[in-house]
Structures are given as C-alpha cells and as structure tokens.
Design a protein around this ligand. Structure first.
Ligand code: DGL
Length: 271
C-alpha cells in the first residue's frame, strides 16, 4: 500500500488521455498532472531541449513526493526516458513500451503503422521496442508535425477540411503500406480518432498510447501492492505553465468533463 500521489506530465494537454484512463482504472489514487502549455509543442525541438524541459517537468512533480512518474508524452518517452530514469530515485514510466506491446498483440498481418511528432519518429524508439518483441513486424512510420497544434486549437472534428486534408497527406503512405494496426504515437492523437478512423477504415486497430501506458501502470501498482488504501478518495490536480483559462476550456475535450477548479499556474523555469 502506498498513499503517495502519481505524477503525470506532458508537453500540453495530450497526457490527459492517460490521466483519464488512470482515473477510470484507479479511482482511489491522487493524480498530479503537469502540462507544459507555455512551451508546447516539444516534438519539433532538439533532443537536448526536450531533455532540458523534461528534467524541469520531473523536478516540479517530485515536489509532491510521487510514488511513480508517468511520462504521458510520446516525444519525451521516446527521447528522454532513459535519462530521467537514471537520474531520479523513483520509478519513471513512459508510453513507448506499453504501446509497442499493445501493437504487437493487435497486429495480424505484421504490418504496423506509427505516427508521431518529428522528434518521436526521428528517435526510432517505437521501432526498436517492436523489433525487440517481434523482428518480423514491418513498421511504416510518418511524422505528423501539424497534428499537435491543430489538436491544441480544437481542430479535431470530422468535416473540418483542414484536419481532413492534413490527415490524408500524412496517412496516405501508411494506408498504402497495408497496415492493420496504427500506433497513435503521441498522446494528443486520440482526439483525432474519428478523423483517422474514417480515413483508414474500421479494419485498422488504433493504439492509444496514453491509455496503453495507464493500463500497464495500473497493473504494475496493483501487482506490487503500491495502490492507495482501499476506500481512499482519489482526486486530480492540474498544473500548467501558461493560461489557466485556456487549459480549462480545452481540457474538457480530452476528459469529457469540466475542470474549472483545481488548476494552478507554475513558473516552470524555476525548476
Ligand atoms: N503529447 C505529446 C506527445 O505525445 C505532444 C508532443 C509535442 O508537444 O509536440 O508526443
């Protein structure tokens, strides 16, 4: 049993897809979310900058003495997880391993598609994780740098010609490769599920990396007896590095409910 909170961070709002799944699976846990909304997107930056930001995000969350930190960001998981895990005396988990395991389990034709930010695709991290599990699987990867800004601006709905055209441009090579499974390698992308699903057809399984890592973490905490005591009342607190109002308006799209309270602004440069 461990009553300490779980820290979760992302470059912005995308990690809320992991938080939502954690709330659903483990309603007794206290969750502390940090979204670096003042510096999003991370995915177009250098590996060094992403690591600097990720170290600050981790240092901020450590103020709450978390029992584990979940990197709910494909970009940070793909580029900085091993550094953060080495540098910090607490378990740090990311999305790449859980997503790779989910994709390997889902594919029938051994053709897996991968979309993510430029930094994620450049890292090759998902391909390495998949190949370690099953070297026969062919991965077709494509960077989708415009998806995060569009999602953060609420351009996610079917019928929106901008997102539909960009989706077509990015996903055509993946579709042509005949994949039956697509890893949404960035935690923002589940909000594009309908648009992506309509373009690829319903025979392609979409892997939500935030939900996949939340499921594995929930199982790990249960197996290691690290959950909050039975009957504990869970709650989520949110911290952001930019406007609280903007976060609150958009967060409800990721979460399906409003979070007008419990949001605080942080000066992340202090960490
Ligand atoms: N949610 C982040 C990810 O999973 C967004 C990346 C970004 O900030 O560019 O990669």
């Amino acid at each position: 049993m461990d009553n300490r909170p779980i820290g979760i961070f992302d470059s912005g709002l995308g990690g809320l897809t992991a938080l939502r799944e954690m709330e659903r699976l483990l309603p007794g846990e206290r969750l502390i979310y940090f979204g670096d909304t003042g510096r999003v997107p991370y995915g177009s930056r250098t590996t060094e900058t992403i690591l600097t930001y990720a170290r600050q995000d981790t240092a901020f969350l450590r103020r709450f003495d978390p029992k584990v930190i979940l990197i709910a960001c494909g970009t940070v998981s793909a580029t900085a997880l091993h550094h953060l895990a080495e540098e910090n005396p607490l378990p740090i988990r990311g999305v790449v391993g859980p997503a790779a395991r989910a994709a390997v389990q889902a594919t029938r034709n051994h053709r897996v598609g991968l979309i993510g930010t430029a930094a994620t695709i450049r890292s090759g991290a998902y391909e390495r994780a998949i190949s370690a599990l099953d070297p026969e699987i062919q991965v077709t990867a494509h960077a989708c740098p415009l998806f995060v800004p569009l999602v953060e601006n609420g351009r996610t709905r079917p019928g929106d010609v901008v997102i539909e055209q960009i989706c077509k441009d990015y996903l055509t090579p993946v579709k042509e490769a005949g994949v039956d499974t697509l890893i949404l390698g960035c935690t923002h992308y589940p909000l594009l599920r309908e648009v992506l699903g309509a373009f690829l057809g319903d025979r392609v399984t979409l892997i939500d990396v935030g939900a996949a890592c939340a499921r594995e973490l929930a199982r790990e905490l249960r197996e290691k007896d690290l959950l909050a005591p039975v009957g504990a009342k869970g709650e989520s607190r949110y911290f952001v590095s930019d406007e609280v109002e903007n976060f609150s308006a958009l967060a409800s799209r990721f979460l399906g409910y409003r979070v007008a309270r419990r949001i605080e602004r942080v000066d992340i440069d202090k960490y």
